[in-house]
Ligand binder design. Structure first.
Ligand code: PLP
Length: 405
């Protein structure tokens, strides 16, 4: 059996994988089992911020793998507090809890907010307000926080206590918030919904409501964090600081690690026994994250994200059929409108998916977040020259997909 047949037979079908087998990655490129090169503008869905196999991350992992990979969280290890300090100094948060993924980081944030309300003497204060169209992960509480019923409906009953408001709808947020609210949880820029930045007013009102109600403001920075938006953290585009912030994706430079950061009284909520993760913050993951985070900050990649992101957005705006380009830094969504122009191949396939498939055939990895929306979250190290290459391939893929071209 070849890899795809083995995969089909032995791996649960949770993913509709495209028929390509990647075997190697370097910088902004990955290579398949036939040696074909692909320019990767998806970067492991915003994970490979430093590209594939960044030498500093690889060296840190190699070195740490030969020293100590895992003990357990019942003992101190040297790198966990070092990473916590690095993230605290970079973000203004004060303490960290480490886990292995974005969903787990959000679980920690949800538990933290609920316990904080109980500690404050309000046991009935349990509601968490999130946004429609949001994405917070796939564990049961995280899909409940995720304001998209398509991810929830097969898995009911869901944990109670979650409410949803349309993203950027200030009046709906004000109406939903009340005495029972223990947290408002938002992405500063929604990713999975097709890259929608929050309005400054929405986040400002969320902050004010949390202050007046004694609730925690949680920002899910799993996708926006660590340079993706052209600032180190998404919240830095706004004059609004959260109480709790979650990270994952780019944090480990390709190695799995998640973090829930908190400040002030929220940093002191958890006590031994409240929350834990066997693998969370293990020395290997921390070594990768220290190397990746340090390089993102010191290597000028946040600035690169801002500058090359603006260039990329401009070039996308000039492409035929692209009606709107949204985003910040290298987190970009593009809406398509080819209505009236038949697709060249399967008319059942939505145009965005068709372009994703054609792009892959042309050596370009991109992603569709909806039937008519493309998402681009390339490595933060991408250059303008590689953006030009991407635009050329994307244009060819659009021509291939849409009869009008
Ligand atoms: N939060 C956001 C904003 C995300 O984009 C994602 C993943 O796409 C998650 C949480 C879940 O992260 P993970 O898949 O690591 O659990």
């Amino acid at each position: 059996m070849n890899t795809i047949e083995l995969d089909n037979q032995y791996v649960m079908h949770t993913y509709a994988r495209l028929p390509v087998v990647f075997v190697r990655g370097e910088g902004c490129f990955v290579y398949d089992d036939a040696g074909r090169q692909y320019l990767d503008l998806l970067a492991g869905i915003a994970v490979n911020g430093l590209g594939h196999c960044h030498p500093k991350v690889v060296a840190a992992i190699r070195e740490q793998a030969g020293v100590l990979m895992h003990t357990c969280n019942l003992y101190h290890t040297a790198l966990q507090p070092k990473l916590a300090k690095l993230l605290a100094e970079a973000s203004g948060m004060t303490k960290a809890f480490f886990c292995n993924s974005g969903a787990e980081a959000n679980e920690a944030a949800i538990k933290l907010a609920r316990k904080a309300a109980k500690l404050a003497g309000y046991p009935e204060k349990t509601e968490i307000i999130t946004a429609l169209g949001s994405f917070h992960g796939r564990t049961l509480a995280a899909i409940t926080a995720t304001g998209q019923s398509k991810y929830q409906k097969a898995f009911t009953p869901l944990p109670p206590g979650f409410m949803y408001v349309p993203y950027n709808d200030v009046d709906a947020l004000k109406e939903a918030a009340g005495e029972k609210t223990c947290a408002i949880m938002m992405e500063p820029v929604q990713g999975e919904s097709g890259v929608h930045p929050a309005t400054p007013e929405f986040l400002r009102v969320a902050r004010e409501l949390c202050d007046s109600l004694g609730a925690a403001l949680i920002f899910d920075e799993v996708q926006t964090g660590l340079g993706r938006t052209g600032k180190l953290f998404g919240f830095q585009h706004y004059d609004v600081v959260p109480d709790v912030m979650t990270l994952a994706k780019t944090l480990g430079g390709g190695f799995p690690i998640g973090a829930c950061l908190a400040k002030g009284k929220y940093a002191e909520v958890f006590e031994p026994g409240d929350h834990a993760s066997t693998f969370g913050g293990n020395p290997l993951a921390c070594a990768a994250a220290i190397a990746a985070t340090t390089e993102i900050i010191e290597g000028g990649w946040v600035e690169n994200s801002r500058e090359v992101g603006a260039y990329f957005a401009e070039r996308l705006r000039a492409l035929p059929g692209i009606t709107e380009v949204r985003g910040m830094g290298l987190m970009i969504g593009a809406d398509l409108d080819f209505s009236g122009f038949p697709l060249r191949s399967n008319p059942e396939t939505p145009v965005a998916k068709q372009i994703v498939i054609e792009s892959l055939a042309k050596g370009l990895i991109i992603n569709a977040t909806g039937e008519t929306t493309l998402r681009f979250v390339p490595p933060l190290i991408i250059s303008k020259e590689l953006v030009d290459m991407a635009i050329q391939r994307l244009q060819a893929a659009i021509c291939e997909s849409v009869a009008q071209q």
